[in-house]
Design a protein around this ligand. Structure first.
Ligand SMILES: Nc1nc2c(ncn2[C@@H]2O[C@H](COP(=O)(O)OP(=O)(O)OP(=O)(O)O)[C@@H](O)[C@H]2O)c(=O)[nH]1
Ligand SMILES: [Mg+2]
Length: 194
């Protein structure tokens, strides 16, 4: 039986007081809107439809908590960088994220989801700085690798790893569609949760 065979939706939070109880360990998935966060969670847990996938960027405006086992959680954070989001939504996002990262004792690490065709952006780098400043682990999934040829995928991997070389951040290629990188990602999650 895999670690994730009993994973289930726990709760959603739109406001700080709605966060799941801060017990045990949890891993957060963050990234730009439409980068493939929800898809990656579904792929890693092998549970189609667990986290909602959308073609419309900015769909996940809530913090969604999924329970892997007692006091072990995966967290789907709302995406950033979607230009059409109104200012008040952007400010709400910022306040919610600031609160989450400041208070969350159970947060052990961040899986940063980056579209491999875009590479690491300014906001992505900001997210990494945020978690590293709090002494948490961080791992980058370069998603949608199926959209690149092998040579370009390897180049993005090399460049991203180089950009993170002064830190403890690890990087890998990932594709939900081509079923690439699942074991590598699961190994990281297992290490952090155990
Ligand atoms: N080709 C390809 N498309 C992917 C892959 N992963 C995700 N997508 C597509 O990218 C789009 C966005 O995926 P989501 O998982 O909803 O992205 P998200 O980061 O959760 O988006 P928000 O919740 O809106 O921030 C969907 O149309 C997915 O089908 C992948 O590995 N390969
Ligand atoms: Mg999503």
């Amino acid at each position: 039986m895999s670690t994730y065979s009993n994973v289930k939706f726990l709760t959603s939070a739109a406001e700080p007081h709605q966060l799941a109880p801060d017990l045990g360990k949890e891993i957060a998935f963050a990234g730009r809107s439409n980068s493939g966060k929800s898809t990656a969670i579904n792929a890693i847990t092998q549970r189609a439809g667990l986290a909602r996938v959308s073609r419309t960027p900015g769909r996940t405006q809530l913090i969604n908590f999924f329970e892997v086992s007692a006091e072990r959680r995966l967290v789907d954070l709302p995406g950033y960088g979607f230009a059409k989001v109104p200012e008040r939504v952007r400010i709400h996002w910022l306040q919610l994220m600031e609160h989450y990262f400041n208070v969350r004792e159970s947060l052990v690490g961040l899986i940063l989801i980056v579209d491999s065709r875009r590479g690491l952006g300014t906001q992505d780098a900001g997210m990494l700085e945020w978690v590293l400043a709090r002494d948490r682990f961080a791992h980058v999934l370069l998603t949608k690798a199926d959209k690149l040829n092998r040579r370009d995928a390897q180049r993005v991997l090399r460049e991203t790893a180089a950009a993170c070389s002064d830190t403890s951040v690890t990087v890998q290629l990932f594709s939900a569609h081509a079923k690439e990188g699942f074991d590598e990602a699961r190994a990281v999650l297992d290490r952090w949760l155990n």
